[in-house]
Design a protein around this ligand. Structure first.
Ligand code: ZN
Length: 244
């Protein structure tokens, strides 16, 4: 009974946060069938009893082909897995390993993965939103959400809360007549450094430049500004400046 309540809680978590919907689709591999066979359980019966709701049991061509290729030790499991509905996996004509097929199947669809394959379980736990079912002896167990799933939900909740807070602050500002929009018609104050107060400014004690220095400075400034507009110093000015 405790197990069932736990599984219900897990299903609610995945339904709420990752769009899992009834009838839940359970993607089964040969390792799960092998364990069911060893513990003499009928998968369909046990899963329906455990979930207490609609569940669709299915597999893929890649899972069946891998089980068949393994031959004798898996003959029983192969005949069980073949009974389930076969979902198209996109590897028709070029089958891949069962675990890779299952991983790719869970990318865009909400499948509860029923497997005893530890490596597959480990890699699925790292991805938020993946839901795992396994057999503990003869009992199906829906694994509690992985850390990756929980972290993903926590992050989303935080962002949602933050968004709500910002909206609330905007609403409060509006209520109090504080405008939050940028173009509210009021002239904006210029930002940046202010001009110095002329009264507090002392005249700089620059040394007098010689005419040659002035000529050099003017030439330098015109050179740097030359790209936009070349200022030509009239010949008579040049001549007057160059005289000592
Ligand atoms: Zn496949």
């Amino acid at each position: 009974m405790l197990n069932k309540r736990k599984s219900h809680k897990t299903l609610v978590f995945f339904a709420t946060n990752f769009d899992y919907r009834e009838p839940y689709q359970v993607l089964i591999d040969a390792t799960f069938c092998q364990a069911a066979l060893q513990h003499k359980i009928i998968i369909e019966e046990q899963i329906k009893k455990y979930f207490q709701c609609q569940a669709k049991l299915l597999t893929t061509q890649c899972v069946i082909l891998e089980a068949e290729a393994l031959g004798a030790p898996l003959t029983g499991a192969t005949s069980i897995v073949k009974q389930f509905h076969v979902h198209k996996c996109g590897h028709e004509g070029k089958p891949v390993a069962a675990a890779d097929c299952i991983k790719s199947m869970t990318k865009d669809n909400r499948y509860i993965v029923a497997s005893q394959d530890r490596r597959l379980q480990q890699s699925l736990r790292k991805i938020p939103g993946r839901c795992l079912l396994y057999l503990h002896k003869a009992t199906p167990v829906l694994e509690a959400p992985s850390d990756a799933s929980k972290k993903c939900v926590q992050k989303r909740t935080k962002q949602l809360m933050l968004g709500k807070q910002v909206a609330k602050i905007d609403y409060m500002k509006q209520q109090q007549g504080i405008c939050t929009t940028e173009n509210d018609g009021t002239p904006k104050k210029k930002k940046g450094p202010k001009n110095p107060n002329p009264l507090s400014c002392k005249k700089s004690k620059k040394q007098k430049e010689s005419p040659q220095q002035i000529l050099h400075r003017v030439e330098q400034t015109t050179l740097t500004k030359a790209k936009r507009k070349r200022v030509k110093i009239p010949a008579h000015v040049k001549e007057a400046l160059s005289k000592p």
